[in-house]
Design a protein around this ligand. Structure first.
Ligand SMILES: Cc1cc2nc3c(=O)[nH]c(=O)nc-3n(C[C@H](O)[C@H](O)[C@H](O)COP(=O)(O)OP(=O)(O)OC[C@H]3O[C@@H](n4cnc5c(N)ncnc54)[C@H](O)[C@@H]3O)c2cc1C
Length: 399
């Protein structure tokens, strides 16, 4: 059977793969994207992804280049202030509370929060309207063979695709990465994250808050109102067994525990979604490229959900790949393009992973002296205005 010839084959149609398909399709490249799991695009479906993603400013621009932002903007909740609370004293009450306001560094919000199932719905609609994007849902990558001139991929339905550039966006256990023999370095924290949504009587006022006590952060991120009630998404990180215990509690007991953990910040929280549980690791691939292949998103790097970095790092991968591809279309997938990609992305990702690892370990601290040191550290960093501004710019990915 003759292979389908295409400019780009994207292995993986998660949020990162679909963003890449929309971006390269919009830029005029021929794209085939494959995923064995068709995207779930209804919020109340049993297997819907109930997480939300806070897209930071630079990511909004990539989404706009992909023709996605105008579709997503009506559903986005702006994040104007990022607040950090230390509740690590003997009692679970806020003892240090510091707010970082986007106004100090920009005339726009830090970012915008969107529900993941809704992202998939809008991204699927966008790739479907692009005639040069061929999305094959229900079909995955089976085998990869690369040579100097092409990546030749056999799909799970037995068909073949020959691409100038193969993009691996097929997740933390990336089959493409494994086929290329690219190793990963993984850190396990013995931690899990619970993700769910709540309503509350007090407005969130576009403030996202991380509350640190022990076990990991408890993060509230604004969502648009639900039936006139203020609503937030919560990611609650704890050691694995504790997270499993919380996930299995009857709703009234769970609500009592989450209300205690929230320090009462937004008034009484009411659970309005399922609770989903996510394993937490850090991981980095030893190289972000191979012959005719670029690794992006979780195929290249995984971080704990702190500071909204995960998918934002993935969209930074996409921005660079798109810039390099558009700058020299004839060199798509060439060794020079891929070497540049690795050289420019790898150090930034490594630094961010190290920073998030440090923040996560500080947030997990159980011993009182460590928790006290963390509270002092927050006060000290916040007190120095230039440091505070630099941290905000670093977090956004604009420096
Ligand atoms: C609780 C939580 C909260 C988070 N919050 C944020 C946030 O606020 N901001 C942020 O930036 N990030 C956040 N993240 C991170 C973000 O959710 C992830 O980075 C993102 O979902 C990963 O997307 P991905 O497309 O790389 O991987 P995945 O979503 O895992 O997609 C990989 C895809 O590859 C497919 N696949 C598997 N095998 C094959 C194959 N053989 N062939 C083809 N395809 C295949 C899979 O079916 C899947 O659809 C959060 C993460 C967690 C756990």
């Amino acid at each position: 059977m003759q292979p389908t010839r295409t400019d780009i084959l994207i292995s993986g149609g998660g949020v990162a793969g679909l963003s890449a398909a929309a971006a390269f399709g919009t830029a005029g490249f021929d794209v085939v994207v494959v995923d064995p799991a068709p995207p779930v695009t209804e919020g109340d479906a049993a297997d819907a992804d109930l997480r939300t993603t806070a897209f930071l400013q630079p990511s909004r621009d990539v989404l706009a280049r992909a023709g996605l932002w105008e579709r997503l903007a009506p559903f986005a909740a702006p994040l104007q202030v990022m607040q950090i609370i230390d509740a690590g004293g003997p009692e679970p009450v806020a003892r240090v509370q510091k707010a970082f306001d986007a106004e100090d560094i920009s005339d726009e919000p830090f970012g915008w929060n969107l529900q993941n199932w809704l992202l998939r719905r809008e991204m699927l609609a966008r790739v479907t309207e692009l005639p040069n994007v061929d999305f094959r849902a229900g079909i995955g990558t089976a085998d990869v063979l690369t040579r100097a001139t092409e990546a030749r991929v056999r799909l799970t339905d037995g068909s073949m695709v020959s691409a100038q550039l193969l993009i691996a966006a097929d997740g933390r256990n990336s089959p493409v990465r494994e086929a290329l023999g690219i190793d990963v370095q993984t850190t396990r924290y013995g931690q899990k994250a619970l993700a769910f949504a709540v309503t509350h009587p007090l407005p969130h006022d576009s403030v996202s808050t991380e509350i640190h006590r022990s076990g990991g952060p408890f993060t509230l991120v604004p969502l648009p109102d639900l039936d006139g009630q203020p609503r937030s998404a919560i990611v609650w990180m704890e050691r694995g067994p504790e997270a499993q215990r919380l996930a299995a509690l009857p709703v009234p007991e769970f609500e009592a525990e989450m209300n205690a953990r929230s320090t009462g910040l937004l008034g009484h929280l009411t659970l309005v979604s399922r609770r989903s549980v996510w394993p937490i690791i850090s991981q980095i691939a030893e190289r972000f490229s191979g012959e005719r292949t670029a690794l992006m998103a979780e195929a290249a790097h995984v971080v704990p959900p702190i500071g909204a970095q995960g998918l934002n790092m993935s969209l930074a991968d996409l921005r660079l790949l798109l810039d390099l591809a558009e700058a020299n279309r004839d060199a798509l997938g060439s060794p020079e393009m891929l070497a540049q990609y690795h050289r420019k992305r790898y150090p930034d990702v490594r630094t961010r992973i190290a920073g998030i690892d440090m923040l996560n370990r500080a947030s997990m601290a159980a011993a009182q002296p460590l928790r006290d040191a963390r509270a002092q550290g927050l006060k000290a960093l916040y007190g120095l205005a230039p440091v505070r501004k630099s941290l905000m710019q670093l977090g956004l990915g604009v420096r």
